[in-house]
Write a protein that binds this ligand. Structure first.
Ligand SMILES: [Zn+2]
Length: 475
């Protein structure tokens, strides 16, 4: 008799928020799909079976905010994420050709989608025409990105150009994510407020809410409550927050000037001058951390060693500052609206190549602390994230869906097994997956095919809008 299952996961605690399932049972997998979930599946015709007693079985973890391009994060991120139990991730800056090349040459077997950042020369920032925006978005989609990212907080555009990009992205069926901030408002609570206004009811993904609650405008907890209220009043906005003390930004300086506005703010709040000298001092004195590749993974170093590396690289390195406060992280992770829905939709890391892929570990910590139930944790790590990104075949352990599964060890407090479309890609932190699957849209298929990797097609228009809502008519 032919094999009924290629793999059976036996005796784990099954957590499937979409179906409200929480019981000890088995998952049967065949040809990359889940074919059965139940008690005591017959394994006599299974090619392989794994005993998962004491473990928790979740729909494959999805990280909606990572960096794995040569520009930010780079290829080590692909293994760093997989080793922590992430199965699917969205690169938040691109460029797509670099992300896809990294998946091909250094992939860890994960599913990767990508946005293309709106980076511009100084002259274009104020005068970006509608035609230019139209063209930029169309090109990003043709290259295989599922949409675009506005890096306002780091490299601000005018409010008008920003609003135009969000509107045009929706028109073209492109996913659009925004790190709040324009030439008028910074990467803070005011920037967040402005971002929602500029969206004018058009759905978009507001990146890392924790970044706007660092105490730059008022007390960090007051900012957190206001940020949550802003999101409650804006049901067209999808959002994520990360659970880690470190942010991620750029150390690049040109003619003594720090390029990223986020880096400038971090220097200021640390009591350092907002220029190259001040930043150098912040690194030497242990306030700023430099991302350095060591033994195949990126790590954070500071002090003289970090300073030397920053100098050797001509300042163009990724930096992290310890600016995310724990109480803020916990509130954003757990706050719900009156209907019991999470106000911030998903967990993220803003990690990948930036070393803070702690989403699964810290989600388990929050369960241990009683902040989240195990099912709620699974919702924020996968189910809600799949809805947010419009990944219709993911986010649940239902029959017929992709066999994307993350197994966690609640005792050890971390992921212990990663499965992507039925293939084991990680065992006890060791990455065994190779290559990967590229996620793109219809518009990107012909370009993505050239990479010779498996691919999946999604439609960002199905992800957005978030809820049925009365929206203002477009002018
Ligand atoms: Zn980011």
């Amino acid at each position: 008799m032919a094999d009924r299952y290629s793999l059976v996961l036996k005796g784990g605690r099954i957590l499937d928020p979409r179906n409200g399932l929480d019981f000890v049972g088995d998952v049967g997998i065949f040809q990359g799909k889940i074919v059965e979930v139940g008690r005591n599946l017959d394994t006599s015709h299974a090619l392989d079976a794994v005993d998962l007693s004491g473990k928790w079985v979740l729909p494959g973890v999805i990280d909606p905010h990572v960096h794995v391009s040569s520009w930010i994060g780079d290829y080590p991120g692909l293994r760093m994420m997989a080793s922590e139990g992430v199965i699917t991730a969205l690169d938040m800056a691109g460029p797509p050709e670099s992300v896809f090349a990294n998946v091909k040459d250094h992939g860890s077997g994960m599913h990767i989608a990508c946005l293309d950042a709106f980076t511009l020369g100084d002259k274009q920032k104020e005068s970006l025409t509608h035609g230019e925006i139209e063209k930029r978005i169309a090109i990003a989609m043709e290259k295989g990105a599922i949409g675009v990212k506005i890096l306002g907080g780091h490299y601000p555009l005018s409010p008008e150009a920003t609003a135009r990009i969000i509107r045009e992205a929706r028109k073209q069926g492109a996913y659009v994510a925004f790190h709040a901030g324009t030439t008028r408002k910074g990467s803070n609570l005011e920037g967040m407020q402005e971002a929602i206004q500029l969206s004018d009811g058009n759905p978009f993904h507001l990146a890392h809410i924790n970044s706007y609650c660092r105490g730059y405008v008022k007390d960090p907890l007051l900012e957190t409550f206001e940020a949550l209220q802003l999101l409650k009043d804006a049901p067209h906005v999808w959002s994520e927050s990360y659970v880690n003390v470190f942010n991620g930004t750029s150390g690049k300086c040109v003619q003594g000037m720090i390029q990223s506005h986020v880096t400038r703010t971090c220097c200021r709040v640390g009591g350092y001058a907002e220029d190259e000298n001040g930043l150098g001092q912040a690194i030497r004195e242990g306030f700023a951390f430099v991302t350095v590749l060591k033994g195949g993974i990126n790590t954070l170093i500071t002090g003289e060693e970090g300073y030397r590396y920053w100098r050797e690289r001509g300042t163009d390195v990724t930096l992290s500052f310890p600016v995310n406060l724990l109480p803020v992280q916990i509130h954003l992770a757990s706050a719900k609206d009156s209907e019991g829905a999470f106000i911030v939709d998903a967990f993220s890391t803003d990690g990948g190549g930036i070393p803070r892929n702690t989403m699964v570990r810290h989600a388990l910590d929050l369960v241990r602390l009683g902040v989240l139930t195990p099912l709620e944790m699974a919702r924020k790590l996968s189910t809600r994230t799949a809805e947010m990104l419009g990944l219709k075949s993911k986010g649940t352990l239902s029959a017929g869906f992709d066999a994307d599964i993350t197994v966690v060890d609640p005792q050890a407090g971390k992921a212990s097994l990663g499965i992507a479309c039925g293939r084991i890609i990680m065992v006890e932190g060791r990455v065994v997956g190779r290559g990967g699957t590229l996620i793109t849209t219809e518009k990107g298929v012909s370009k993505v095919k050239e990479w010779g990797l498996p691919y999946q097609v999604m439609d960002p228009a199905e992800a957005l809008p978030r809820k049925a809502l009365s929206r203002k008519r477009e002018p």
